[in-house]
Ligand binder design. Structure first.
Ligand SMILES: NC(=O)c1ccc[n+]([C@@H]2O[C@H](COP(=O)([O-])OP(=O)(O)OC[C@H]3O[C@@H](n4cnc5c(N)ncnc54)[C@H](OP(=O)(O)O)[C@@H]3O)[C@@H](O)[C@H]2O)c1
Length: 318
């Protein structure tokens, strides 16, 4: 546990250049800190706390346009970093552009230990609709990946993206051609590390022959276990697995989750996140929210230690 800043102390970007622990020394009340989740290595030269933040939901309705209250989104992002989270996931397609722009507005100049990871490979034609996948199009053409990277560098105000991910393979473009664009970006020093998202084992293996893969981001939660074997592979290869949609849908109202939550005086979402942290040391969940109180509730999962029996019962209970 660490203590948190007063509102006055939180103002101004210089605040974020100091580490959360240094800042905490002077404070008077306590809240959980992401460092309680332990750390994970990314590519040998970056270490982040194993509890991240997904910045898709700081955008407008349907992940389109600006949020209803940009000041609230900025305050949320600052709270996220104040709470020891130093891994923020975004994409050029969130908004589009809006999530990256808000991150820069809230946090630039960035603290030294903050990894803002973004993605390329999806384009948007309109807000998400109730059918979910409408208006997101895969675009893995190499020229588009290069162009997307230039845009993200500009919006995030950096010379190099510390971890750049392919959002989703595009069946219309040979996978190797798409990955080739990331190889070029790495050679040019525009990205430091490379990660994949929405991939299977074969795609990971193909990419690994072309470029080191430091992270894989697939949908994974208590109910959606399609990536079990990918997590095992990530453990073997020491690749970070950044579970997306970690609390979406899965597990709510499930009897075992409810019972364990009750025993610990925790929320069901906290149990779901604690289970993810316990499931594998390579797991780095990135829960997303547009609300500070939801973020704080979720973060408390880092202090929820499940027993081996509880982890086993949840793992079995699909
Ligand atoms: N690579 C990919 O293809 C991909 C796809 C999807 C997402 N992602 C990434 O993964 C991140 C997380 O995924 P996600 O946002 O879809 O799912 P999620 O984090 O599992 O769940 C987010 C949903 O839960 C709600 N929520 C969060 N905390 C809550 C709380 N304490 N109480 C009540 N409701 C709560 C959020 O609404 P509120 O905003 O109202 O809290 C939102 O509806 C995204 O932000 C994005 O960075 C990646």
């Amino acid at each position: 546990m660490i203590t948190v800043l007063s509102t006055a102390e939180m103002s101004g970007p210089a605040t974020y250049r100091r580490s959360a622990r240094e800042r905490a020394k002077r404070k008077s009340y306590t809240m959980p800190d992401a460092s309680s989740a332990g750390t994970i290595d990314l590519g040998g030269d970056l270490t982040v706390n194993r509890f991240g933040f997904g910045a898709m939901r700081i955008t407008g309705d349907g992940f389109w346009g600006p949020p209803r209250d940009s000041d609230e989104a900025i305050a949320l992002l600052r709270r996220v970093v104040e709470s020891g989270v130093n891994f923020i996931d975004t994409a050029d397609s969130y908004g589009p552009n809006v999530s990256e722009e808000l991150i820069a507005e809230a946090l630039y100049p960035y603290p030294d230990d903050l990894v803002v990871t973004t993605k390329a490979g999806m384009s948007r034609t309109g807000p998400n609709d109730a059918q979910a996948d409408g208006f997101w199009a895969r675009d893995g053409r190499p020229d588009r990946i290069i162009e997307a990277c230039e845009g993200s560098l500009r919006r995030l105000k950096v010379d190099e993206i510390s971890l750049y991910q392919l959002h989703m393979p595009d069946p219309k473009v040979p996978f190797e051609e798409t990955i080739g664009a990331f190889v070029r970006l790495k050679e040019q020093g525009k990205i430091r590390h490379f990660g994949l998202s929405n991939v299977n084992e074969e795609q990971i293996r193909i990419a690994q022959r072309m470029i080191p893969v430091v992270s894989v981001q697939n949908r994974y939660n208590l109910d959606d276990r399609r990536s079990e074997s990918i997590i095992d592979l990530c453990e073997q290869e020491q690749i970070a697995f950044t579970s997306y949609a970690p609390i979406l849908g899965g597990g709510h109202g499930d009897k075992a989750v409810r019972q364990i939550a009750k025993q610990h005086g925790a929320s069901e979402r906290q149990v779901m996140l604690a289970w993810l942290l316990a499931r594998s040391p390579q797991n780095l969940p990135i829960p997303g929210t547009g609300h500070k109180d939801h973020f704080e509730e979720n973060l408390a999962a880092v202090d929820l230690k499940l027993s081996q029996a509880e982890v086993a019962s949840l793992t079995r209970d699909v």
